[in-house]
Design a binder for this molecule. Sequence first.
Ligand code: NDP
Length: 306
Amino acid sequence: MARILDGKWVRDQILKDCVSRIERLSAAGRPPGLAVVLVGNDAASEIYVRNKVKTSGDLGIYSEKLTPSASVTTEELLEIVEGLNARADIDGILVQMPLPAQVDSSRVLLAVDPEKDVDGFHPLNVGNLVTNRPGPRPCTPSGIMEMLRRYDIPIKGKRAVVVGRSDIVGKPMAMMLLHAHATVTICHSRTSDLQGECRRADILVGAIGRPALLTADFIKPGATVIDVGMNRITDAATARSVLAGATEKLAEFDRKGAVLTGDVHPGDVARTAGAYTPVPGGVGPLTIAMLMVNTIDAAERRRGIG
Ligand code: NDP
């Protein structure tokens, strides 16, 4: 059986490393400050933001939630961001995506001061990533790099395949693996032989959003498989077809009427991979931990500490 890569264990290690840095910043004047802007009342976004604010509070990071209504205009949101850019006590600004349709999301992301861009989404920071210069990195892929490092999984010289090319996961993930000297292939919905590409991977990352798409035939025996996908299945026929053979997940579906599953087939990966991240409990916990790290990094950079 494959080794399980435990995201909660990695998260706890990352957060433990944050404590002394926060104490040092607090002793030097004030704790790091994070502002989270949550527009409207999207249920999933509300849960993400609540967890971000709670983790900040537990660690001793000052955090503030701003909740403009769902009808906010681009101009109003730009004004809020500018206000946060100007505040000395705020080191990190996070605008929770997605924004309502009437808001120009790219203008809002561009308005965030790159120094305070704790998501690493500003084009200046994308450029820093591509050219391997210091700067905030997108939280989910940087959490995955921490996980690979803390589990001593070799990257240099390995063949890595990233399925998914989004700006928040797939592309930055590929770039980080490249900087760590993997030979990287990026796949997407138009890739002609997805299975063949995936089967060559020593490190396979699924960041797709399609439940259990990557089955045994996509996994090289012994590979490290990182499953970023978070798919909630609520329909019995879908559960039976995509999760066939995943006994525990199907039992969970029968108990609860819904189940959270990744982009990788949970039974197949356990039987075929050398190591893998479960869903839930794998990649999920890392994202918030890295947001805390980015906030502390920003605070140290702004105050010349570190
Ligand atoms: P996007 O929808 O932005 O991107 C999905 C990518 O998958 C696209 O590049 C798309 O290709 C590709 N894709 C879709 N269908 C297929 C297919 N059949 N074969 C091959 N490639 C395909 O998603 P995100 O990157 O934002 O998120 C991906 C998943 O990760 C989601 O389930 C999301 O919920 C989860 N997630 C989890 C996080 C965590 O903390 N654990 C954080 C962020 C995301 P194309 O570009 O050609 O359309």
